[in-house]
Ligand binder design. Structure first.
Ligand SMILES: Cc1ncc(COP(=O)(O)O)c(C=O)c1O
Length: 422
């Protein structure tokens, strides 16, 4: 006789994340214009650069064998060196971390997981911009962590709102449980906003000032830094951390090159190098080595920059298309507003009070009947701040062609008009 299966506490905490449901929904109906999934543009995937890099790698038997063998936990040194040098070129040598503080992961998601696991225990608190990357919110609940939302505006997390949350948590005796602040400082997912240098500096300063019981780290998820279509780059978040002990930077080639290769990285404060590599040692003792060698070959052969230039040009056009479609179809709807990003993959839309965007509400169903899918904004808000997100939604412009983007926004406008009666 067998007893019933009881999933672990962790497995239970991990249940019900929205991403798989949304993806399944998009796949069920191929006619649906999905402005939901944050995938990169299929047409721009770098088939030819990868073929060249693969040829280069496999034509040298010794190099190919090294790539086909297990690698090290921290990752392939030439690739880590490239990451270090890129950070040095952009942010100056005084902010560069030594090689041992760079770790390669299977996408930046794995880095976020390893870092968070190294910092938190169940019941701890991570402060997140509200709204924020909903996969990270689901990851936090899977770890038994309480995500606390910090109000954000068109420049990201508001330092005064962060300070208020710190005060509140202190008054409740919860300050010792606060372990990290999570930010997506470039063209964030979902709102597309970029934090200016003063905001970043203020958040890092607050993290340090409130580190009274334990050091509160700032996790800067810089997944979209390369996807700028206008204006000047903003210095990396680690430039605000003179001591180099607070800011963790997560990066990735998923958005700038290929999510299928799934190579990401972290630049870590010295104290986190051991814990993160220990966690990684237990999970996989090194991310797929072949992918790392392949990516390093792409960089060595100079194939990355031209790809990125072409990619930015394509996305620039798509961003212009979605913004002009919004102007054309949404601006006539009373109380409908949206943010105008200069990079990334997302446009954030706010609807009039009372217009619920959730997946069990009338707008979502109406939009699907029209043939368009969006991400309900409430998924992107931590627990108590969920209500704030009930009238918001995220549109992604990476995947669809310009024609489909314009049609999708038009369909959405019909659904909204119908529901708000405008
Ligand atoms: C903000 C953010 N961080 C991390 C990731 C994960 O990317 P990766 O493929 O590097 O794991 C994504 C993917 O959409 C993202 O939007």
């Amino acid at each position: 006789m067998h007893a019933d299966f009881h999933p672990s506490q962790r497995a239970e905490w991990a249940q019900g994340q929205p991403i798989s449901r949304l993806m399944a929904r998009a796949l069920e109906d191929p006619e649906l214009i999905s402005l939901a999934a944050g995938f990169v543009d299929n047409q721009t995937l770098p088939v030819e650069p990868v073929r060249q890099a693969m040829d280069g790698l496999c034509s040298d038997v010794r190099a190919a064998r090294a790539a086909l063998q297990y690698g090290t936990t921290a990752g392939y040194p030439p690739l880590r060196e490239w990451i270090r040098e890129r950070s040095q070129q952009r942010d100056g040598p005084e902010h560069t971390v030594p090689l041992e503080r760079v770790v390669i992961t299977a996408g930046s998601n794995q880095l976020l997981h390893l870092v968070t696991e190294s910092l938190v225990d169940p019941g701890d608190v991570v402060l997140c911009a509200a709204p924020t990357y909903f996969v990270y919110l689901a990851m936090l609940s899977g770890l038994g962590v309480r995500a606390v939302g910090v109000a954000s505006d068109a420049e990201g997390m508001i330092p005064e709102a962060l300070e208020e949350q710190f005060e509140r948590l202190r008054a409740e005796g919860q300050l010792p449980r606060v372990k990290a602040i999570y930010l997506v400082p470039y063209f964030d997912n979902p709102a597309g906003v970029t934090m200016p240098p003063e905001r970043r500096a203020a958040v890092v300063e607050l993290a340090k000032r409130w580190s009274r019981f334990t050091r509160i780290h700032v996790i800067a998820d810089e997944a979209y830094r390369e996807l700028r279509y206008q204006g000047q780059d903003v210095p990396g978040t680690q430039t605000c951390d003179a001591e180099g002990d607070t800011v963790v930077v997560a990066g990735t080639f998923s958005k700038s090159f290929s999510p299928g290769i799934r190579v990401g990285w972290g630049m870590l404060p010295a104290d986190l190098v051991g814990p993160v590599n220990d966690q990684k040692g237990n999970v996989d003792f090194g991310s797929p080595n072949f992918n790392q060698h392949l990516m390093a070959k792409v960089l060595e052969l100079g194939l990355f920059e031209p790809h990125l230039t072409a990619l930015r040009a394509g996305y620039r056009e798509k961003l212009a298309t979605i913004l002009s479609a919004a102007e054309e179809h949404l601006s006539c709807l009373e109380g409908v507003r949206w943010l105008r990003p200069t990079g990334g993959l997302y446009v954030w839309v706010c609807l009039p009070p009372g217009t619920a965007t959730g997946s069990d509400g009338p707008l979502f169903a109406r939009a699907i009947r029209e043939g368009v899918l969006y991400v309900p904004g409430e998924y992107c808000f931590p627990g108590q701040s969920r209500e704030t997100g009930q009238t918001t939604l995220r549109l992604s412009f990476g995947v669809q062609s310009c024609e489909q983007i314009a049609r999708g926004v038009e369909k959405l406008s019909r659904a909204i008009r119908d529901v708000i009666g405008g």
